[in-house]
Design a binder for this molecule. Sequence first.
Ligand SMILES: Nc1ncnc2c1ncn2[C@@H]1O[C@H](COP(=O)(O)OP(=O)(O)OP(=O)(O)O)[C@@H](O)[C@H]1O
Ligand SMILES: [Mg+2]
Length: 209
Amino acid sequence: MQLEAKNIGFRYHQNPWLFRNFSLTLNSGEILGLKGQSGCGKTTLARILAGYEKTLEGRIELGGAPLPKVGYRAVQLVFQHPEKSVNPRWHMRDILQEGWQPDDELLARFGIQQDWLSRWPNELSGGELQRFCVVRALSPETKFLIADEMTAMLDAITQAQIWQAILELAKERDLGILVVSHEKELVKRVCDRVIELDSVHLERNSFIS
Ligand SMILES: Nc1ncnc2c1ncn2[C@@H]1O[C@H](COP(=O)(O)OP(=O)(O)OP(=O)(O)O)[C@@H](O)[C@H]1O
Ligand SMILES: [Mg+2]
């Protein structure tokens, strides 16, 4: 299966175009890096690929068809700030199990302790909370994961642990992953291929890969 952006173009309101005629293909099982200067549109692109924002030009296709409008999102987005993506009034168990029921073995792989399940989000550290957000996104129905600076706020050990668990799972399930990151070392270590969203070139409507 492929997740494809075909000649997409986007800008906010009447601002200059962030990108136009931009295309990318992410294959199942592939770990693709996306880098680029701050403000060049990586998060915007991530949101478009996951179906949270509509592209103004071109189209997004999943397995050759438009992203489904209803049902489970096969393209899941996890971003930098876990505290912004959980309901502060829900216990962690409910947050985790909203979309699917991960088993204890998977929780252990991501270093999630059982007693964290009965806590509120504000009773966990950022790194602990992010583990929940990652696992929550990894239902068996997930085909592609968009990781937007997903481990940027974590220490090196936590970052390595989370990525190791994700890469193992990606291999087992043939998941495709887009890794949006400023961290050169991380990108070099985990990605099969890296593309750059370069604002100068994008203004000229071309794309470096
Ligand atoms: N809702 C919005 N309305 C107007 N402009 C926006 C909106 N969201 C983002 N922008 C602008 O669009 C541009 C691209 O933002 P985006 O968050 O996609 O960049 P980025 O490449 O992810 O940056 P960073 O590396 O800092 O995360 C920025 O100039 C930003 O200010
Ligand atoms: Mg961003």
